[in-house]
Design a protein around this ligand. Structure first.
Ligand code: HEM
Length: 327
């Protein structure tokens, strides 16, 4: 679906779009709240002053658990294996052999999931896709079914991890902006949209090709078939679009449009879900740990390898639960 065009793309997108309606996204809200609260409880048990990797212990497991709920992935080993493989598939440091093995392993795991849901359907995205395929095999091949599951997992996991991580990083390095949210002068929605503009989860996106000649006014002509790599990180900081302050993180910036979710027919299907997860995760985290602080400087943070993802490998922080303030 991600690389399909025209009728094929419409057919595949139509099949999974029902899983991302406002109603389905809203229905996930109580579960996202529950998952968030459980992760924060675990964090609160950390001895005061200890350094914790907020990515590994909060930003990463939250969207993974949400995706597992969405797909009806059974608790236990299957979930931890999916989490491992979903990381591996985005890891550009793997050797070609390891990458090949990862692709085989994740297809095997997702085929197993499809078999489980065919046997015992439930109210989840996998069952929805399986029934769409089984009701009318013309609509989607078995290979497309597994590939679609893979796409949504890959597209929906690390991107949301980095949205949460990048927003936390931006706020901790811009305390004056965090203060604006705390005193009601800006909203969490402002934080989310400005993070998506300033530090988008997908920095650059390959696998796009011109389907016809594209003339850029005052620029080169992109020829039909040429590879194109949209750079969302460059677009987000374009001074022609955002003025002289384009490089500043400013949650009160007027007009918060950005391209972080793409544009046109392939525009991100999971944007409402990602926004909802961040809307719950961020206020809950800062309420629970009002004195949250980075344990290292930005220069010490290690960016994720490769040119696609925009985020840091770890986010070491110090926590002080609200209940321990002043004790
Ligand atoms: C902050 C989080 C996210 C960001 C920044 C993001 C960004 C993007 C971008 C840039 C694209 C390509 C759009 C284009 O080519 O014009 C995309 C496509 C897609 N995203 Fe997201 N995404 C996020 C979260 C999610 C989530 C949570 C899901 C689902 C669980 C999801 C599912 C998809 C799918 C299925 C596509 C392919 C759409 C198509 O080809 O028609 N994304 N996303």
């Amino acid at each position: 679906m991600f690389t399909a065009y025209g009728a094929d793309h419409r057919r595949l997108r139509k099949l999974i779009a029902p899983a991302f309606t406002a109603r389905r996204t809203d229905a996930m809200l109580p579960r996202v709240e529950r998952i968030t609260a459980a992760l924060l409880d675990r964090l609160a048990a950390t001895p005061a002053g200890d350094v914790v990797d907020l990515r590994g212990s909060f930003a990463h497991p939250l969207p993974m658990q949400v995706i597992c709920e969405l797909f009806g992935v059974p608790d236990g080993e299957m979930r931890s294996e999916l989490s491992r493989l979903s990381d591996a598939i985005m890891d550009p440091t793997l050797t070609p052999e390891q990458a090949g093995q990862t692709a085989v392993d994740i297809h095997t795991l997702l085929s197993k999931l499809v078999a489980i849901k065919r046997e015992t359907p439930d109210d989840d995205l996998t069952s929805l896709l399986v029934s769409a395929r089984d009701d009318d095999g013309e609509r989607m091949t078995e290979q497309e079914l597994v590939d679609t599951l893979l796409l949504v997992i890959v597209a929906g996991h690390e991107t949301t991890v980095d949205l949460i991580g990048n927003a936390v990083h931006a706020l901790l390095t811009h305390p004056e902006q965090l203060a604006l949210v705390r005193n009601g002068k800006a909203s969490w929605n402002d934080v989310i949209e400005e993070t998506l503009r300033w530090d988008p989860s997908i920095a650059n996106l390959p696998l796009r090709f011109a389907v016809e000649d594209i003339e850029i006014p005052g620029g080169p002509t992109i020829r039909k078939g040429d590879a194109i790599m949209p750079s969302y990180v460059a677009a987000g900081r374009d001074p022609q679009q955002y003025g002289a302050t384009a490089a500043d993180f400013d949650i009160q910036r007027p007009g918060q449009e950005h391209l972080a979710f793409g544009y046109g027919v392939h525009r991100c299907l999971g944007a409402p879900l990602a926004r909802m997860e961040a809307q719950i995760a961020l206020p809950a985290l800062f309420d629970r740990f009002p004195d949250l602080e980075l344990a290292v400087s930005t220069e010490e943070l290690v960016p994720i390898e490769g040119f696609i993802s925009g985020g840091y490998r770890t986010l070491p922080v110090r926590l002080t639960p609200a209940s321990e303030q002043g004790s």
